[in-house]
Ligand binder design. Sequence first.
Ligand code: HEC
Ligand code: HEC
Ligand code: HEC
Ligand code: HEC
Ligand code: HEC
Length: 217
Amino acid sequence: MRVRVVIIVLVLGIGIVSASLVSALTRFNLVGNNEGYRPEQPIAYSHRVHAGELAIPCLYCHPGAERSRHAGIPSSNICMNCHRYVTAPLGSIREEERVAGEEGREVVPLVSAELQKLYDSLGLDEQLVRDPEREEQPIVWSRVHQVPDFVYFDHRPHVTAGVTCQRCHGPIEGMDRVRQFSSLSMGWCVNCHRESGGTRLAGRPVDPSLDCVTCHY
Ligand code: HEC
Ligand code: HEC
Ligand code: HEC
Ligand code: HEC
Ligand code: HEC
């Protein structure tokens, strides 16, 4: 029995080490810790504004976190639910309305440079109507968090058990630009699994597994 376990751990360990070598060689950045990683994004989208000030729920834009392995990044169409109407910061729209009123002229529609990038990605014209002459170019957001290929992580069991987004991602609703808050190391995963064992979350007892194969195929 003992011997079998040792062999399984050894085989799994060798498999993972070689998998991690392969992915280190192909991705260049596996070994080491990306905590604090905070890449620039193609549009200055702010979680502080949207999830903080406007209090839009995380799951409105990331519904996959509750339903599937990946939380997912929202498409430009979700943004358009609001940005069909909000084309610039609210303060500058109000200011333009005030000045136009004082000067007795028509309000000039404002489009901010950042939101223009959103409209361009959807190939919209000045009236925000789809222009067949313009190409649609999906926004390529830079990925912030990533566990190596040989690790199995799934959002759903965590979110449905009541682990909050913030326990893993930190105070996202205060960040203008997202940064990786936790190390995402094996010790980080395993410590929380160990400490959560036998506790209650969202009203029910949880017992996350510590088996190697839970997180490594
Ligand atoms: C209005 C839509 C919207 C809302 C609401 C929103 N997000 Fe996001 N989220 C995005 C977009 C767009 C990105 C990709 C750009 C970026 O990283 O800032 C993103 C990126 C992220 C990332 C980084 C993804 C990666 O590449 O690793 C995390 C983590 C995240 N969101 C968590 C949250 C949490 C937690 C909340 C609630 C507190 C939330 N988001 C609310 C739109 C949203
Ligand atoms: C539920 C409504 C809503 C959704 C959905 C939404 N936004 Fe916004 N967004 C706003 C509002 C309102 C403001 C203006 C806030 C202010 O001026 O205080 C804003 C501001 C912005 C700004 C700042 C504009 C500037 O020039 O300063 C950007 C950029 C932006 N949003 C991008 C996005 C992107 C990208 C998405 C989709 C991932 C998105 N928003 C989804 C409501 C929304
Ligand atoms: C138990 C920790 C944990 C919790 C809780 C958690 N996340 Fe994550 N999140 C991660 C890890 C780890 C990754 C990297 C996953 C990967 O590489 O596949 C990640 C990646 C992401 C990403 C990047 C894109 C993707 O689809 O993987 C987004 C967006 C995100 N999380 C949003 C959220 C939101 C919103 C919540 C709450 C509803 C949440 N997360 C809860 C750990 C967590
Ligand atoms: C903040 C605490 C926390 C962190 C960090 C965390 N987990 Fe979990 N994990 C849990 C909880 C709680 C459950 C749900 C257990 C239950 O429902 O009994 C869970 C469940 C899981 C499951 C489903 C199988 C099971 O045992 O229920 C997998 C797979 C998993 N976690 C992998 C990971 C990986 C991989 C990481 C690191 C990248 C990670 N977890 C980080 C708390 C955490
Ligand atoms: C709760 C999830 C979880 C469990 C359980 C788990 N691991 Fe891991 N393991 C990870 C994560 C996440 C990484 C990637 C860490 C990193 O890149 O820093 C990892 C990395 C590794 C690595 C590669 C180390 C390196 O430096 O690249 C090996 C080997 C490994 N695990 C073996 C095991 C063995 C053997 C077990 C069982 C005793 C086990 N793991 C249990 C999450 C887990």
